[in-house]
Design a protein around this ligand. Sequence first.
Ligand SMILES: Cc1ncc(C[n+]2csc(CCOP(=O)(O)OP(=O)(O)O)c2C)c(N)n1
Ligand SMILES: *[C@@H]1O[C@H](CO)[C@@H](O)[C@H](O)[C@H]1NC(C)=O
Ligand SMILES: *[C@@H]1O[C@H](CO)[C@@H](O)[C@H](O)[C@H]1NC(C)=O
Ligand SMILES: *[C@@H]1O[C@H](CO)[C@@H](O)[C@H](O)[C@H]1NC(C)=O
Ligand SMILES: *[C@@H]1O[C@H](CO)[C@@H](O)[C@H](O)[C@H]1NC(C)=O
Ligand SMILES: CC(=O)N[C@H]1CO[C@H](CO)[C@@H](O)[C@@H]1O
Ligand SMILES: [Mg+2]
Length: 575
Amino acid sequence: MADTDSDPNALIDGNSLVAMSLARAGVDRMFGVVGIPVTSLANRSVALGIRFIAFHNEQSAGYAASAYGYLTGRPGILLTVSGPGCVHGLAGVSNGTVNAWPMVLISGSCDQKDFGRGDFQELDQIAAVKPFSKFSAKASNIKQIPGCVFDVLHWAASGRPGGCYLDLPTDVLHQTVTESEAEKLIVDAQTCRKENKEEGIEIVKHSEIEKAVSMLRQAERPLIVFGKGAAIARAENELKKLVESTGIPFLPTPMGKGLLPDTHDLAATAARSLAIGRCDVALVVGARLNWLLHFGEPPKWSKDVKFILVDISKEEIELRKPCLGLVGDAKRVLEIINKEIKDDPFCLGKNHTWVEAIAKKAKENVSRMEAQLAKDVVPFNFMTPMRIIRDAILGLGSPAPILVSEGANTMDVGRAVLIQMEPRTRLDAGTWGTMGVGLGYCIAAAVASPDRLVVAVEGDSGFGFSAMECETLVRYQLPVVVIVFNNNGVYGGDRRNPEEITGPYKDDPAPTSFVLGAGYHLLIEAFGGRGYLVGTPDELKSALSEAFSARKPAVINVTIDPYAGAESGRMQHKN
Ligand SMILES: Cc1ncc(C[n+]2csc(CCOP(=O)(O)OP(=O)(O)O)c2C)c(N)n1
Ligand SMILES: *[C@@H]1O[C@H](CO)[C@@H](O)[C@H](O)[C@H]1NC(C)=O
Ligand SMILES: *[C@@H]1O[C@H](CO)[C@@H](O)[C@H](O)[C@H]1NC(C)=O
Ligand SMILES: *[C@@H]1O[C@H](CO)[C@@H](O)[C@H](O)[C@H]1NC(C)=O
Ligand SMILES: *[C@@H]1O[C@H](CO)[C@@H](O)[C@H](O)[C@H]1NC(C)=O
Ligand SMILES: CC(=O)N[C@H]1CO[C@H](CO)[C@@H](O)[C@@H]1O
Ligand SMILES: [Mg+2]
């Protein structure tokens, strides 16, 4: 390419114009897999100061982009090739959308004039992405590129965030404009976006705030529930103020954990059943009343409970009627609620019967669990290694590591035992219970928060979905320690009754079983990372201590009794 700085008439192509537009829009990281027709787009982006994290598989890269969007609040970018690259990328976009996390899939697509004739990697990508995305744009001509780039970035992060898609046909990436034309197109796109910024979210009415505060004030057994919507709105300080000024107990969803410390006096996590079963007014902030919260319905919730829902999306609130809906950004709405309360404060106090009942239940549950955790069981069950990991993580203090978790038993036990002290330090297989998110999340976390260690606690099946990305950890020397709970399979060992095992393939391993004693620690050593094989408390402690202080890519292969834990984890009734 010519020295374009000095020559406004020099020509630049679509690839360069995409990279320039992204850089001007403030994009600083990109995740993906290169190939035809986007290799040069990646190269140009790197040349403009965007860090490109190259993955083995678009699925993991997409999960990384979505998690990067969540952790930073700015859209994570996934770059893929046409056809199959885009199809693999759908996992990431759907992940962004289902979690309400900002991300953008940018995919090359086939030549427009050959579409419909069986062109290389041809697919109607706009149609393929549609069910999974919030907004799509296609640049049919190079001049549309800057506008499309600014549009998708805007839609990904505005209102309720989600996954968006930008389609870039091969021919468009090869068209050219002059440097000065490119500059003008970018400036126009920027200006146009600024003018439209005011559109969008309606803000909650004051009368609704008054009603909400009065409901909380009159409640006998109020509860505050919050989820990752509150995390993405960075509402932690407002939540703290609300909880501490009113003395109302709180319950985080799995990824809301850490917005307030799990060890807080008013945490109702260990009294979850009582808290949701008996509360009469629940203020739900940035969390959906979906399966994770039992749809807000009996028998888990009391039939008389009244909900106050704070959500950025009006549609979400309408879906959950009847309730009092407060539409708006969680941080902003809580600020207004706190202000309203400040004018006429109320506080339940420690010896309020409801607060006492929750504290008592939580204490009982915690002591029961601690008694189990205290035992050193070998061969390892799930509890013993989880306690050792918990203590090793707590020993690191602040800044706390970012914890990534997937698996069935491994994730469920980890969710109950591991302690979250800081906001946005937990990423798990949440809303969709998706296996395969782990390594992508680890990479995103390491890239988004370079000051934090990343610790993944993974079932061996969950790990296997994206295990090749161990090479990516080593290549970028990311401070990620992956702990694999190796129980030889999905949920663990073969639990079939002998009478179930018949037919011509009865000698095959069970559909849930993997090879016995897989050397997952050797996998990362193949790439030059550090591997540990552990089966006893001392071995685990020593591996953790070494790996945590090294802050280098490592896999700790923890041998777990294949018959510990339950089939399907805690979702047994559905399998
Ligand atoms: C994409 C996807 N495919 C399949 C599943 C079904 N599934 C649920 S948990 C799980 C793996 C559980 O095994 P493991 O990760 O080893 O955890 P363990 O219970 O053994 O600790 C699978 C395959 C899923 N949740 N997501
Ligand atoms: C991208 O950069 C790499 C490394 O510099 C180079 O080998 C490759 O040819 C470039 N490809 C394109 C299409 O620009
Ligand atoms: C006990 O505590 C765990 C984790 O803290 C929680 O998951 C579980 O629901 C609690 N049990 C009850 C009955 O509330
Ligand atoms: C709590 O109980 C103590 C005695 O047990 C009492 O002195 C105090 O006033 C009570 N506080 C509130 C806020 O009710
Ligand atoms: C995406 O990740 C989130 C967060 O872990 C999880 O809730 C969901 O299961 C995943 N969804 C998809 C489509 O992978
Ligand atoms: C390759 C390897 O070292 N595999 C080991 C993994 O862990 C199991 C259980 O401890 C051993 O049996 C394997 O030999
Ligand atoms: Mg397993």
